[in-house]
Design a binder for this molecule. Structure first.
Ligand SMILES: Cc1cc2nc3c(=O)[nH]c(=O)nc-3n(C[C@H](O)[C@H](O)[C@H](O)COP(=O)(O)OP(=O)(O)OC[C@H]3O[C@@H](n4cnc5c(N)ncnc54)[C@H](O)[C@@H]3O)c2cc1C
Length: 484
């Protein structure tokens, strides 16, 4: 072979470096596939110092641990490095003698910037593959050639083009010799909480890693999919939704795998579930075209809304002490498990941004710190949706009434009783509105309002009227200014 004779390996013998990001899996991994068919495989994960979110870092630790063991079963060692990807990826590519670097496209602005930096500094090609979304989002375009900013036409366009590509199997891997390449120890990254160790509830609920993801999907197909269309809104129904979000967030399973696992099931349950997966793609599509999504209201008139600065009310909301039982149940579920039911996410976000008139960015930041599925695209898009300031948003005058919502979606009170146990003995009639309960009822249930459990910072009607006035004034003021 020419390479041997000249002392230079030809490309089929040179390792290919797979740069893993939010795609910690072996199956349906187009970048890993490309690497496996081109040569021997080296694997790298780079932790950027700016990456954050306590609960996310807990997940990342366990996910990397599981992934490194899965790779090791194929003889491949996962190289771990911490620092700026723009410096580290070219350095590691050089030290393994890589013929190319393969990775999966990310919608995250900082990773897209890192891709540009790495691409500019690499002496070999950086090849990006579609693998984190159902379809190639750069190709989903309206007739005008522009990307979609509204969900329904976006989803229709994807559905019209048929099912997303079928998932790829785990490839046969030949490991590159990387024994001499420096790698950090995962434990030294200190991703797990120590003092205090707040992760007990997370450990009890989740199994990060590709196997954990596959088990979740299987359980959902067996026990959750049937009836999903209705049960998905019921806060206390543990099998009502798939709980796949953190696994999807970290790429331990791909959306295509989930989509194709449904097979050709039709009916409202399967259709609704597919629609939710499409919401995930839609959020990624928004972040790709509007990288400012996490920081700025997409509808400019909302950018200067006079939000109230109320650190005390924000802290009470965060700690599950707002005085609204359904809100507090959600916030405590979030703190304890790193996850919150979707319906309740909407209710707590609406209470914060409308009734309390607190900037959606404060709520979004808390979610990103405490959610194990904290995802910049889905989180920002959903917060903007609830606050009414996104391109695809509910109008500002639609304000969730937490009492009506609780009575509908936690009708038997099981959810509030689980997460707000100090109210558990209240009869159903008063459970969701202890502030209105007669003293005798509170006394019989052992609830001392204002002591064991707080009163809300503002009444439901008062908060709603204040929000309508503030939003209305502002939106009208903006419309007048725009017309002038
Ligand atoms: C204020 C707010 C913040 C949110 N922040 C996040 C976040 O940081 N990360 C995140 O993954 N989801 C977020 N969501 C969306 C949604 O709440 C979660 O995806 C869902 O609760 C996850 O539970 P599940 O996997 O059981 O969902 P299922 O009902 O089983 O849905 C299946 C999958 O579809 C996707 N999906 C479902 N609903 C949505 C949605 N509204 N938007 C985007 N994708 C969706 C998720 O990937 C989910 O795993 C947020 C919603 C709100 C209202």
């Amino acid at each position: 072979m020419a390479g041997r004779r000249t002392g230079q390996a030809d490309d089929s013998e040179r390792p290919v470096l797979v740069w893993f990001r939010d795609d910690l899996r072996l199956a349906d991994h187009p970048a890993l596939h490309a690497a496996a068919s081109a040569g021997t495989v080296a694997a790298l994960y780079v932790l950027d110092p700016a990456q954050g979110g306590g609960a996310q870092m807990w997940w990342l630790h366990h996910s990397l641990d599981a992934f490194a063991r899965d790779l090791a079963r194929h003889g491949v060692r996962l190289i771990l490095r911490r620092g700026r990807a723009g410096d580290i990826v070219p350095e590691v590519a050089k030290s393994v003698g890589a013929a190319s670097v393969q990775a999966i496209v990310s919608p995250l602005p900082w990773l897209r910037e890192a891709d540009r930096g790495v691409g500019a500094r690499l002496e070999v090609p950086l090849q990006l593959h579609v693998g984190g979304s159902l379809v190639d989002l750069s190709q989903v375009r309206a007739g005008s050639g522009r990307p979609y900013t509204v969900y329904s036409p976006f989803a229709r366009a994807i559905l019209k083009s048929g099912p997303p590509p079928a998932p790829l199997p785990v490839p046969v891997l030949r490991a590159a010799e990387v024994g001499a390449v420096a790698s950090d120890q995962l434990d030294d990254w200190g991703l797990l909480p120590k003092r205090p160790d707040w992760a007990g509830g997370l450990r009890g609920m989740w199994t990060p890693g590709e196997r954990g993801a596959a088990a979740r999907l299987e359980a959902f197909l067996e026990d959750g999919l049937e009836g999903y269309d209705r049960a998905r809104d019921m806060a206390g129904d543990e099998n009502g939704t798939s709980h796949l979000s953190p696994h999807l967030r970290w790429g331990e399973i791909s959306p295509r795998q989930v989509w194709h696992a449904l097979g050709d099931r039709q009916g409202s349950d399967a259709q609704r579930f597919r629609a939710e997966l499409l919401w995930r793609d839609f959020a990624a599509n928004l972040l790709m075209q509007r990288p400012e999504l996490p920081e700025r209201a997409l509808r400019a008139e909302f950018e200067r809304l006079p939000w109230r600065r109320d650190a005390g009310a924000l802290a009470d909301w965060q700690r599950g002490r707002s005085g609204i039982p359904i809100v507090d149940a959600g916030m405590r579920q979030l703190w304890h498990t790193g996850w919150m039911h979707n319906r309740v996410r909407m209710i707590v976000a609406s209470w914060l941004t409308k009734h309390l008139l607190i900037d959606w960015r404060g709520g979004a930041a808390w979610f990103l710190d405490t959610l194990v599925d904290g995802d910049l695209a889905s989180n920002s898009a959903n917060w903007q949706w609830v606050a009414g300031c996104g391109t695809e948003a509910q109008p500002f005058f639609r304000i969730f009434n937490p009492l009506t919502q609780a009575r509908k979606f936690d009708a038997d009170g099981a959810y509030v009783r689980e997460w707000v146990p100090e109210l558990a003995k209240l009869p159903d009639r008063w459970l969701h509105q202890p502030w209105a309960a007669p003293e005798a009822v509170l006394g019989a249930a052992g609830v001392r309002l204002g002591e064991d459990y707080p009163r809300p910072a503002i009444g439901l009607d008062e908060g709603r009227n204040r929000a309508l006035a503030a939003f209305g004034r502002h939106v009208k003021g903006h419309a007048r200014a725009a017309a002038a």
